[in-house]
Design a protein around this ligand. Structure first.
Ligand code: HEM
Length: 393
């Protein structure tokens, strides 16, 4: 396996990681990424296969699990009870509880509300250049997930602050300060939800938090720690990636001069999938190896880790012709932006719905929308999103 070197915080890579992916993929399905000290799956075939292979998973093998440093305790507690970090049977139980609230019917029913929200946000746009990431791309998902879960919308700014502090733990630029802030945010977020759950116990409504509280009350199904961790996961995952899918999407549509025809009722699904393929907000997830196994020519041992490069798989020329070209007229081929297999994104139908509504409403209401400055990506790999998106209507 070929060894490759690439710092994930190097400015040129942060702005455009795709040339590195292309060069790495030319060496084969797997390369050894020295900066992460692990093999990385670069081709679509390898990423898809490893996402679905049950000999690989997210939960740390028990013999490798450590208590972790004391200063991170509140963050580690949330992680330890998160369904994203679990494998069956714990994962199956937690995911089934969440999925009940994410039926296509329940998600579809949110459409009129999301559309109204988009219009309200656009009504408040200023005349001077402004940051669309803040004024629109962030607000649509964060307010929608608050409504779905049943958390007061006026908590949105606080939730964003907690969430940003927590997800910074997954970024290559992580420092001790990042860890302290994530621990503090986790402690505050958990305390808020503990109080809120106690209060909502006596005020049931038709929302996700009520259903999760009922599951906790039923006994064995959901512990209090799991209830808190699930709410935090949904609130954080419910906006972080969607914000940047919208931001990267608007940037791509404006830079490519894509015709508004691509946002019509018959074309929007293809455009949304192409946005997700072309410039996804999450580029890499890792897996632990659970048994000694040889795949794609490499012998893995139990306890090894492997990186699954979602952003690289989406540009694989074996699946998409001219993959570096943004082409919203492509027929839809399953891309890897939402993952695959057991951990396939629970929120994919919601994220797609938000994009399907927010993009056409924006371009319809603001036909003269243009970039007011050249957008830049933030130094937050493996997240791939803009620092801001200054536009003029
Ligand atoms: C465009 C927006 C989104 C993208 C690109 C995205 C991407 C992903 C990916 C790649 C994974 C799998 C990670 C892995 O396999 O290691 C995942 C898992 C997950 N996502 Fe999303 N997501 C998005 C929006 C959302 C939304 C809106 C929600 C919630 C409302 C959500 C909730 C989750 C949850 C709960 C998991 C964990 C599933 C599990 O472990 O079984 N995501 N997401």
């Amino acid at each position: 396996m070929k060894t490759v070197h690439q710092s994930p915080t190097e400015p040129e890579f942060v702005q455009n990681p795709y040339p590195f992916y292309r060069a790495a993929r030319d060496h084969g399905d797997l390369v050894y990424w020295r900066d992460y000290d692990m093999p990385a799956a670069m081709s679509h075939a390898a990423v898809q296969a490893l996402l679905r292979d049950r000999r690989f998973g997210r939960e740390v093998p028990p013999e490798m699990a450590t208590k972790g440093p004391d200063h991170l305790a509140p963050w580690l507690t949330v992680e330890a009870h998160s369904l994203l970090e679990a494998e069956p049977p714990r994962h199956t139980r937690l995911r089934a509880l969440v999925l009940r609230a994410f039926t296509s019917r329940a998600i579809g029913a949110l459409a009129p509300d999301i559309e109204r929200l988009c219009h309200d946000l656009i009504d408040a746009f200023p005349d001077a250049p402004f940051d669309l990431l803040d004024a629109y791309c962030t607000q649509v998902p964060v307010i929608t997930i608050c409504r779905l879960l049943g958390v007061p919308e006026n908590m949105a700014p606080q939730l964003l602050q907690w969430s940003h502090a927590m997800v910074a733990m997954y970024q290559a630029s992580r420092t001790r300060e990042t860890e302290d802030q994530a621990a503090q945010a986790s402690a505050e977020f958990s305390a808020f939800l503990n109080d809120y759950v106690s209060h909502r116990r006596s005020e049931p409504k038709d929302d996700l938090i009520t259903r999760l509280i009922t599951a906790e009350e039923d006994g064995e199904k959901l512990s209090r720690d799991e209830l808190i961790a699930t709410c935090i996961l949904l609130l954080n995952a419910g906006h972080e990636a969607t914000v940047h899918s919208l931001g990267n999407g608007v940037k791509t549509l404006l830079e490519s001069g894509t015709s508004p025809d691509a946002l019509g009722p018959d074309t929007i699904d293809m455009t949304v999938e192409e946005i997700l393929r072309f410039d996804p907000p999450l580029h890499m997830f890792t897996r632990y190896v659970y048994e000694d196994v040889e795949v794609f020519g490499h012998r893995f041992a139990r306890g090894d880790q492997v990186a699954l490069m979602l952003g690289a798989a989406n540009r694989d020329p074996d699946v998409w012709s001219d993959p570096d070209k943004f082409d919203p007229t492509r027929s839809i081929q399953a891309n890897t932006s939402f993952g695959g297999g057991l951990h396939f994104c629970v929120g994919a139908p919601l994220a797609r719905l938000e994009m399907r509504i927010a993009l056409p409403v924006l371009f319809d209401r603001c036909p003269g929308l243009r970039l007011a400055e050249s957008p830049e990506y933030a130094n937050t790999y493996h997240f791939h999103g803009l620092t801001r998106l200054m536009v003029q209507t």
